[in-house]
Design a binder for this molecule. Sequence first.
Ligand SMILES: *Cc1c(COP(=O)(O)O)cnc(C)c1O
Length: 511
Amino acid sequence: MDAMLKASTTGIVAEETLDPVDWTEVQVLSHRIVDEAVGYLRDVRERPVWQDMPAEVKAFFAAPLPRSPQPLAQVCGEVTEKVMAYPMGNIHPRFWSWYMGSSNFTGALGDFLAAIQGSNLGGGNHAAALMDSQVVDWCKQMMGFPQSASGTLVSGGSMANIIGLTVARNTKAGIDVREHGVAAIDKPLRFYGSDQLHSCHRKAMEALGLGNQALRRIPTDAGLRIDISALRAAIAEDRKAGFRPACVIGTAGTVNTGAIDDLQALAELAAQEDLWFHVDGCIGALIAIAPENSHRVAGIEHAHSVALDPHKWLHAPFEVGCALIRDAASHRNTFAVTPEYLESTPRGLASGHWLHDYGLQTSRGFRALKVWMALKEHGIEKFGRLIDQNIAQGHYLSTLIEAEPLLELVAPANINIVCFRYRGDETSGERQKALNTEIMLRLQEEGIAALSDTTVHGQHCLRVAINNHRTRREDLDLLVRETVRIGQEISRAGVALPSPLVGEGGREAAG
Ligand SMILES: *Cc1c(COP(=O)(O)O)cnc(C)c1O
């Protein structure tokens, strides 16, 4: 020991660190990276939405574990060339696939600074932990939840739903599930949601040990909203058959068509039937802040739990989701465990409460900063207006489609999701599907626009989800023009259409 101390004071032991040898060099390089990043975002509209990678780029990612060092400038060069050039495309103004946000520069700065500070949001007495709780408080305010409610920031909507459904299970099980497990529940629990539920709920039911069959899918009406009387009948039937109805999941904005269940009616039904009322608001919960459309999610404030997704309509860089639980005690009672090495102290770093007591993670990233900075910069009203803008754009696109004889709407346009198809002369459903799939692929491959497809009430269609603060109406005009052009080209050439890769049987919505 003495020898070691002596050695270190005399400088014989040269400890290593990950810090740069030359900070000035890193500073110069970093400035260049920031300049490139600004240009990258500023000029995004000029680039193709998406392009496939050449074989050489794909092969690059099969390189084995690096053993020897390489200059940072070279590493960054590889990122520019091999990664930044081949994005998914969701920051592009004409990206409308699936359902995701389009990020923002301030949020990216937030992610950078969060990583620079490097704090662990498992909890503790430091500023980032207070900010994490503050962002949860802001989410409560956006949803009209009471200040006494609880919540946590998680990786995204899927995890936020799992948090809500876990609290629902534990609260409604009638036994101490944490101690005895689901096998000890006397009557099998039943959860309910519409046949338009997102696939994450199935995964949640499986992970919770309740099983997929414990989640009853209730039929939807013509507007693809849960059929309330069918739900009531299913609950009565289940009670009679010896099940324990525990939870109803309302969806505020389905992935397929953006349908919003009647949340007010679900809240009333849940109260009458003594069920937990969870809202999957990954798409639409934030409509609550949009002045022209907030009426669509009336009733959300009565939920016992809500999952919302700031990386969708707040455009935070991935990842950040938020689970809110009205009854803070039931939230804490579901997850809190205090091991001896994480006991709180009256003062110091370990005072205050541990944020890991509200979910499944122990170490947690500093997700709050990117949300906090963008909310402060723009103010909540702007985010509300952007949501209204996307919904208006959805309606605008619907009118363009209605005015174009070669296109037709396949589902009623609710919010910002538009389902439509190219008509063509194809007689069979399979060939219609192949034609529309081919149009979608060419739109992607020509770098024009990214859309996805789905099947609504048995009908295959193209699907545009405008969750994008960069989209302009002229982009939607272009989409309609190009869809028609490509559709006509394919029809005229009488191209042999490839058969679709997979049938729709059993495929669930994925966002
Ligand atoms: C996106 C989405 C999810 C899943 O959220 P992630 O953030 O992708 O994990 C769940 N439900 C709905 C309705 C969604 O749109």
